[in-house]
Design a protein around this ligand. Sequence first.
Ligand SMILES: NC(=O)c1ccc[n+]([C@@H]2O[C@H](COP(=O)([O-])OP(=O)(O)OC[C@H]3O[C@@H](n4cnc5c(N)ncnc54)[C@H](OP(=O)(O)O)[C@@H]3O)[C@@H](O)[C@H]2O)c1
Length: 346
Amino acid sequence: MASPRGTIFLTGANGGLGCGIVSKIISTPELAGHHGIYAVRNASSAAALKSTLRKAPTSHTYDIISLELYKLANVREVVDAINSRVAKGKVPPIRALILNAGYNDLGHESFTEEGFETSFVANYLGHWLLTLKLLQSMDAENGRVVVVSSNSYDVNHPVHNIDGYYKEEKWKVFFREDNIDAIAKGTWSSNKDDLPRKAGTRRYGVAKMCAVMMVLELQRRLDADPALKGISLVTIDPGSMGTGLTRRGSWFIRTILFPMIVPLLAPLLTWLNPNGDVRTVSKSSNDVVEAAFETGPRLRGKYLNGSELQEIVPEALDAKKRAMVWRDSVKYTNLTEQDTPLINWK
Ligand SMILES: NC(=O)c1ccc[n+]([C@@H]2O[C@H](COP(=O)([O-])OP(=O)(O)OC[C@H]3O[C@@H](n4cnc5c(N)ncnc54)[C@H](OP(=O)(O)O)[C@@H]3O)[C@@H](O)[C@H]2O)c1
């Protein structure tokens, strides 16, 4: 069997979009020639992923690994094991790192063992640590990190007018302090402030904002790093899809709207407006995979709405705020020089 061309590392591989991405990989011969590292919460179950992989060609090599993004110690263990395998040549360097796992709690607020708000860690901080540590195993010439984000990061997006998540003046700006402790610890937009679905959507939104800021800030640092400047990041909003993301929502959201109405309407709505608010999982999976494998400078540090480039909102472009989010991320994860090959890591 030919050696794989490179590695594709995908988080949230057992979820709706994750399985769609895997389907796309295994049904495209040039992509199936890569080694897949498919990260799920529990590798011994992951039924949806395993069922998807039954259709893989025999030439497709892969590992299914367990990863709990909200346990930072687990992120460290998992990455150390992958880095060691890449260093020993057991798997090829990572050509595409797809940060797809996502968590949206529209009901109960929850916290990690280290006291962080779960949404913040699952959508952002765990992925930030994973990426910084995995840089040493990335393909230094063409490595691409794809961050799956959401229009929830944009307080002015018209879709939020329906439920008024960001209607009050105090929610129109995410970062008002000189640190992000309230966001990281969940005292910002806690369930005491509002209806859980609104407070939870904002916590999800700010975590996605941090993820978009990571794309800009890490790209800036990579561009100035002689050994890593070939690596690029791009972020992509996949649109609303009928997946499991909203399973912690109200009865209507979790049993009717997302499992039934959205999948029913998505093919027609995607056909009418391919990058509109509602999309099929298949269209968004194609968009993510194309973003991961397009070479050249077009997508470096950019934001894709599906398959079209979109302006990044001004708060994410604020260099001072981005530096603050970065600084606090270093602090929360206890990142050290030994963790990452990035020269400007502090
Ligand atoms: N669906 C939408 O309408 C929509 C809209 C905009 C953006 N997105 C983004 O699209 C991406 C894919 O989500 P999806 O729609 O496919 O939802 P999904 O079906 O719920 O998949 C998300 C996956 O992330 C995993 N995950 C969550 N928390 C994790 C953690 N702490 N550690 C490791 N894995 C974790 C989940 O594992 P478990 O199943 O084991 O919890 C699940 O497999 C997410 O980044 C989401 O924010 C989705």
